[in-house]
Structures are given as C-alpha cells and as structure tokens.
Design a protein. Sequence first.
Length: 165
Amino acid sequence: MTKKFILLKHQIEEELAELTGVVNKIERMYDIVKQGKAEDLSVYTDSLALNLHGFYSGIEKILETIVEKTGEGRPAGGKWHRELLQQVTFPVEGIRPPVLSSDTRKSLEGYLDFRHRVRNIYAYNIDFDKMELLIKQVRTTFDIFNSDMSNFLVFLTEMQDSLEL
C-alpha cells in the first residue's frame, strides 16, 4: 500500500511540473500576441489552442491516475470526462478526501468544454476571442488546481506515514 501512495505522489508531482511548462508557454505566446509581434495570428491561435488542450489533458491525466490508484475507477460512458470532474469533488469515505474544490471544478469546466471543441473542429475555425478568456485565466486556474493538489499530496503523505507505523 505504501508503494502505491509513493508512486501516486511522484506521478502527480511529475505531471504538475509538465503542466507548469505548458502554462508558462501559453503565457509567453500570449505575450507575443498582445505585443503585436505575432506576424500570423492563426499560427499562434493554433498553438495556443493545442497548449490549452494539453493543459486540460494533463489535469485530466492526474485525476484519472488518482481514481485508478485509489481503486475508485474512472466513470464510464459518453460523459465520463465531466463525471470525473464531479467524482473528484466529493470525498470517498475510507479512501480519500475531495481532490478538487467546487471552485476549481467550475474553473476547469471551461477548459474541458474548450478541449472538446478543439477535438471536433478544424483548427482554422477556432475563434481567438473566445479562447482568449481561457488564456487569461490559465495561470489562476492552474494555481488553484495546484493548491488542491498540494492538499491532496499532504493527504497521501499522511496516509503513507500512518501505514509505516
């Protein structure tokens, strides 16, 4: 059991480090656009969309890993992505506390919706203005997600410590 918690902690920490890089890249690209240095906005739009897609996918990867490693299992069916967000907002008695706060879940829902749109349209149909709000909020969203993950990592450490006694 202890190995499982150690591995889960490392997987979460590794993915959070990757997400930090993604968020930094989104911010750098957006700065170029804001400064008027983007010669071809469509190239930056495509790149920003891909990175926003990656941002949410990385978050979802962490959440999937948590529910799999804790034995809860990932929801099934066509709406499993949204159900996963809901699932990790609630505690599971005897297994884990809530992974995400309700506020974090609400913030992430916009990124989930955007990722779905990106997967189902051609890149040239991406509306930069609609995407811009998510770009502007990505750091704040990541920070609150990261805070929730820090709390969950504390829980895992406490579980690990209690099992070693």
